[in-house]
Design a protein around this ligand. Structure first.
Ligand code: PXL
Length: 284
């Protein structure tokens, strides 16, 4: 018998140009066979990294009524997935949505998309970063980069100056905030290699996956990573395998973009990697 199709609700902004947040989550999850319900939190002409003059329409006022309608319809979900959010108020709203759609114990993935390279994104302040901790506390899985982990834990950002012990301690501290599973992205212990570290609190296991490091800063790759990770988990991969699938997919998209010389602020060519993702998931 064919399995019942999985459903995910993803809550993030629409950056119309720049391949991040919903414009990557929706195609990646859909291609992986997951019915993807979207809850846009804001509409921007572009994302906020590397562009100036972008428009921003906040959709906070619409969120509660959209969810009320879904509740009337009895919508249930296998996963809730949040990324870039517009405001502190949205963090509180979304914490309530996690409760409202909590029936059946869905996987709750909170990607605390708010910072990179030691700095918060332009729209955010430390109150927002502190608020993100409250949302992470309600997650079953969180996927921060090292900068985000530092903000979540009020630790000094280590730059490149960390070791295995620091990573494993940080994974445990993040899990102690609430989520049983944690994936840290952007981890590197040797020149030319970059990857992810994962921790599962229930089994007390840690795992790593590394690929080639392609020099440069590419926008939206955190969102691509989290979306592919969720696609892998909802297709039955266990955490330590899923981190590798997401790494290979993301680096493949970066490699293609680096080869063309396209401007990194427009995001990476994940579209041509979708076939690769589906073959890694064994569904094409
Ligand atoms: O997660 C990346 C992202 C998503 N959405 C918006 C952003 C960014 C990163 O800068 O600005 C609006």
């Amino acid at each position: 018998m064919t399995q019942k199709q999985k459903r995910a609700i993803t809550i993030q902004d629409i950056s119309c140009v720049g391949r991040c947040s919903l414009t990557v989550a929706l195609p990646i999850l859909s291609a992986a066979g997951i019915e993807t319900v979207i809850l846009p939190t804001a509409i921007l002409s572009t994302h906020t990294g590397g562009f100036t003059g972008y428009t921003f329409r906040d959709l906070t006022e619409d969120i509660d009524s959209v969810c009320a309608h879904w509740q009337e319809l009895g919508i249930r979900t296998d996963a809730l997935y949040t990324g870039y959010l517009g405001s502190r108020e949205q963090q509180l709203q979304i914490a309530r949505i996690f409760d409202d759609f909590g029936e059946g114990d869905p996987l709750i993935l909170v990607d605390p998309a708010m910072a990179d390279e030691g700095r918060l994104y332009p729209a955010f302040d430390t109150a927002f970063a502190r608020g993100m901790r409250g949302l992470v506390a309600k997650a079953t899985l969180t996927v921060p980069n090292i900068t985000e982990a530092s903000f979540l834990l009020d630790k000094e950002y280590p730059g490149e100056d960390y070791d295995r012990a620091w990573i494993e301690q940080t994974l445990r501290e993040l899990a102690a905030l609430g989520p049983a599973q944690v994936v840290l992205t952007g981890v590197s212990f040797e020149a030319g290699k970059l990857g992810a570290a994962a921790y599962d609190r229930i089994s007390d296991k840690t795992g790593y996956y590394f690929t080639e490091r392609i020099p440069g800063y590419y926008h939206g790759t955190g969102d691509i990573y989290s979306s592919a990770l969720l696609a892998a988990l909802l297709n039955g991969k266990e955490l330590f395998e899923a981190i590798g699938v997401a790494c290979e997919f993301t680096v493949g998209a970066i490699r293609r973009t680096a080869a063309t010389g396209n401007e990194p602020r427009y995001g990476v060519d994940f579209e041509h990697e979708i076939g690769h993702l589906l073959s890694m998931l064994g569904i094409a």
